[in-house]
Design a protein around this ligand. Structure first.
Ligand SMILES: [Zn+2]
Length: 113
């Protein structure tokens, strides 16, 4: 399962940061997930339930922030949103290949004690 290894690296990054900050507990781990990242949020939550016990993040809340995909149309010099890989500009209806956001899979923030 793809999400298990993604969650494992996100969690170890979060735990490193928590340890560096001298935390005794992690309350919330907030992840930023792009619409086109290919990550299934439910599977991430499941992976978190499997991986968190026994760590500082045991019992922590996993908060997932969704990032919509944003494309750039060079002809209209505007940005637009789409959840599809192939996005059509709403103004000129050309296909835009330039993805500006939506592939994120990153640790956004951490709430610790
Ligand atoms: Zn356009």
């Amino acid at each position: 399962m793809h999400e298990l290894s993604i969650m494992q690296s996100a969690l170890s990054l979060a735990l490193d940061q928590a340890r560096q900050a001298g935390a005794s507990r992690v309350h919330t781990i907030r992840l930023r997930i792009g619409a086109l990242s290919g990550v299934v949020p439910d599977a991430l939550e499941f992976a978190f339930e499997v991986l968190a016990p026994g760590t500082l993040a045991e019992g922590a809340k996993l908060a997932i922030e969704h990032v919509p995909a944003r494309f750039w149309c060079a002809a209209c010099t505007r940005e637009f949103q789409s959840d599809d890989m192939f996005a059509e500009c709403p103004d000129c209806h050309r296909l835009s290949g330039e993805l500006r956001a939506g592939r994120e899979m990153e640790l956004a923030s951490l709430e610790i004690d």
